[in-house]
Design a protein around this ligand. Sequence first.
Ligand SMILES: O=C(O)CCC(=O)C(=O)O
Length: 375
Amino acid sequence: MFMATTLQQGEGSEVEGEGRSAMATQRMNNLAVMPAETEAKRETDEDVSISSVQELAESGMQAVPARFIRPEQELASFRPYSSLCLEPIPMIDLEGLLDFRRQFTMAAISSACRHWGCFQIVNHEIPQSILDDALGAAREFFEMPSREKQAHKIDPSIPNASGYGMQSSEAKDKVFDWGDVMFHSNLDSWPDNPATYKNAMDAYARETRKVLESLLDVISKELRLIPTYFRNVFGEFEQPLRVNYYPPCPQPELVLGLRTHTDPLVLTALLEDQTRGLQVKNGDKWIPVDPESDALVIFVGDQLQISSNNQYKAVSHRAVVNNKKARISIAMGLAPNAKARIRPAVQLVDKAATSRYETRTYAEVRASSPNGVRW
Ligand SMILES: O=C(O)CCC(=O)C(=O)O
């Protein structure tokens, strides 16, 4: 359970059968190119509209469109590496907060936030059925016919709008990510189909919020702040939720399912199906995170980094894809209230550690730092 294993793009166990769309096949015939032609072709792809990566993937093309191919320098970080020299991200048993291991467990959480900006948790008290139902509803949603999903099409020009679309519909660098997303900006805009979706996501979000709030209390105490410090300064949290779908890709070594980013939030919990894909950055290394069916991955977000005056680090992470099996993940975060004033806690700013940030409202922070991943 605690061992990291090698993640190489292209790994996976089986292909999930999906129908193929003639329209997508036609688009792929128009778009598919070999990597050597990438740069030139990227320009001419500008005006071709693609509305779903899933549809493209189901078309059966053999080469990914140039628009999806990451730049050369980034591709270098995809090279296979051995698991033997990789330390896995910390795994923290939250039951330890309830018994004689409490101090130790609190220190482990704090240390993970300082040195990794992420960790996995088990024994978080969220019933397994709630996790399974959320993943099941997500899968059912993405397995619906395209027109049903497109009924919830996102308008990428509206910041923070909810809806369905490609991961990268707002990517500034014009390289697309190999994935689709159903985004809910604050537990809103639930689709009617599948019928289970709203209840399953609601239950998952409610339970996960409890866990994230109790982690925040621990984090406050470990910074020698009052336990409710962060809840007080961030105001009534918003709860953005991203349901991610990464179809199999014929050339996984050339693309990312989700680009490298930090979350512009306080804390995020990520639930994954049993397919590998998440990688986190530690120093200059990318570390694969092995999914565990009963675990959640926790990420420190930008606002916690600022409030802790850089004592805790927002972690850079990304999703890679494989050529055999679709992958689903559900990310739920705590976002400060738009009016919350984001600044380092005064208790953490002294002569030795001057404030590294100016004070801004969360609305200002969000408007000024779009990272291409809708949150
Ligand atoms: O799917 C993953 O592994 C990463 C998801 C993520 O980082 C996000 O939704 O912001």
